[in-house]
Design a protein around this ligand. Structure first.
Ligand code: HEM
Ligand SMILES: CC(C)=CCC/C(C)=C/CC/C(C)=C/COP(=O)(O)OP(=O)(O)O
Length: 306
């Protein structure tokens, strides 16, 4: 064997480890789903004054979690070709062959059927259909179409990721309440600065696979301006739960502090960025949303009903 072919053999990554539940777990995007379920839990808690019966709480959280996980798995199936090329995603279980296409499809189908049935039978049909709409919105409309079609992909597609607070609310009350839509709006406005911060850092990855993310089509400077503007919009939307009497002063203080901090990150990113500012902003966005929803919860249970 020539030296060149030995060198080539040495550089090929061969994964001989057996397929384990870890790979299946990975394609469900567990951390994303955990945060989605938290926002659903908060929607559910805020829909009624007192405690939530576990007979509704459990199947609701499980059903929403399972359908969200299924939609993440479908996203891995649909995106496997571009994931194989991008540095951030090339080692995912489908591109690197640790999970076959067929097994991934069976897995996603099983999660979908179990999740949908659980919601339909044990919660209510409205919640089952709305969650299914979230699945279609993310894994079909966003992943298959919008992601490849327009730099506004995540602005529109973000609606799917923003829907869980409404799902929690309808699970409990079987009605679409304006307060639930306000929570949806919060996540909807949070999503562009969340994602574009990462997209700035990964701009070249997206350019390589011709995905028209905003930093690729309109440049990094323009994207930073958009992030800053969205954090201002988020600050304004963040005041609304207090102004409409849905939440009290604990929420108001928490939301103002978190939204000001997000604005400060966006300001630094726009006017005084260092190499890692975009990634720091992205990471902060996740902490921001998590804490914001925990504060909503704390406010709801600590303060007397308004
Ligand atoms: C269309 C809307 C969204 C887009 C395009 C988007 C995009 C992304 C991307 C590309 C990542 C990096 C994933 C990785 O490194 O593997 C990420 C991470 C994350 N996103 Fe989003 N996101 C969206 C909406 C949401 C929503 C609605 C939530 C939660 C409510 C969320 C929560 C998270 C979390 C928790 C992570 C960290 C995951 C980890 O570290 O494994 N995202 N997002
Ligand atoms: C049923 C229901 C409520 C569904 C929830 C939808 C859901 C799982 C939203 C998550 C959004 C997300 C992580 C988008 C990233 O996809 P991407 O393809 O741009 O990112 P990637 O390159 O990391 O895969």
């Amino acid at each position: 064997m020539s030296k060149a072919s030995v060198d080539t053999l040495e550089t090929i990554e061969v994964d001989t480890s057996p397929v384990s539940w870890r790979e299946y777990y990975e394609i469900t995007k567990p951390k994303v789903v955990a945060l989605l379920v938290l926002t659903a839990l908060v929607g559910m808690s805020l829909s009624v004054p007192g405690a939530i019966p576990w007979q509704i709480l459990l199947p609701s959280m499980l059903g929403i979690g399972l359908l969200s996980s299924a939609s993440a798995a479908i996203n891995h199936i649909v995106d496997q070709k571009i994931d194989a090329i991008m540095a951030r995603t090339h080692n995912r279980p489908l591109p690197n062959g640790r999970i076959s296409n067929k097994n991934a499809i069976v897995f996603a189908a099983a999660l979908s059927v179990i999740g949908f049935a659980m919601l339909y039978v044990l919660v209510n049909p409205l919640t089952a259909w709305l969650t299914f709409a979230g699945l279609v919105g993310y894994s079909v409309i966003y992943t298959l179409y919008l992601k490849r079609a327009t730099p506004q992909n995540i602005t529109i597609g973000g609606l799917a990721g923003a829907i869980p607070p409404l799902l929690g609310w309808t699970a409990m009350t079987n009605e679409v309440h304006p307060h639930a839509l306000l929570l949806v709006l919060l996540v909807f406005v949070w999503t562009p600065p969340h994602f574009w911060a990462l997209a700035i850092h990964r701009r070249d990855d997206y350019a390589k696979v011709n995905i028209p993310m905003l930093p690729v089509t309109h440049g990094i400077t323009f994207t930073k301006t958009q992030i800053l503007l969205y954090t201002i919009l988020l600050f304004i939307v963040g005041l609304m739960p207090y102004l409409v009497g849905m939440s009290g002063w604990i929420y108001l203080i928490g939301a103002c502090a978190l939204n000001l901090a997000f604005f400060a990150y966006a300001w630094k990113l726009k006017f005084n960025a260092e190499k890692d500012t975009a990634m720091k902003t992205f990471r902060f966005s996740i902490v921001h949303l998590m804490v914001l929803f925990i504060v909503l919860l704390a406010d709801h249970y600590i303060l007397p009903a308004v």
